[in-house]
Design a protein around this ligand. Structure first.
Ligand code: ZN
Length: 74
């Protein structure tokens, strides 16, 4: 029975490694979320602003830029 378990574990070693990788990625994501809460950006990784206040998002959501692209120079 124990032998069978060892065999199973050996066969699933690759799977276990993937799970470990996934777990470490999740840990990194949780760290990033925690950093966001204390004012570190998730998008450009610059501290001092949250990802909500990131210039990258504000560039995308800027109404001026939308108007400029919508109207164009006349
Ligand atoms: Zn940013």
């Amino acid at each position: 029975m124990e032998n069978l378990f060892m065999k199973f574990m050996a066969q699933n070693k690759a799977l276990a490694q993937q799970i470990n990788l996934l777990n470490s990625k999740l840990g990194t994501m949780q760290l990033a979320a925690a950093n966001t809460q204390i004012g570190s950006c998730d998008l450009c990784e610059i501290q001092g602003h949250t990802s909500d206040a990131c210039a990258m998002i504000q560039d995308l959501a800027s109404p001026e830029q939308v108007n400029y692209m919508g109207n164009g120079p006349r």
